[in-house]
Write a new protein. Sequence first.
Length: 112
Amino acid sequence: MSQLDTVLEHLGASQTFNTEVYDVKDVNPFHDYIVIATAGNPRQLQAVMKKLKSIPLDKDAPFHVEGSDDSPWMLLAIGDTIVHLFLQEAREYYHLEKLWFDLPHWTVSDES
């Protein structure tokens, strides 16, 4: 079962912005989706990560977190979905979108 819908619900409820979803099923044997989103400040980034960590998973589903509490970029592998959550400056600096620009992708509305 895909975690994408649950991840997007949590991100939307947490008021992250500039959320992009990349469909990587055809190029990645381990994950189906990559989500890139931006948090407004470090406190929000930590709160969103805490919320995402609480998503229930099947016992065999992969789960991994990268990034320290003071990091401007956190990564969460949750089931079939990878989430990159950035502060604005870090997102602009690393510009991960350029890695997957040619894959199917869509923007998630910032409006609730």
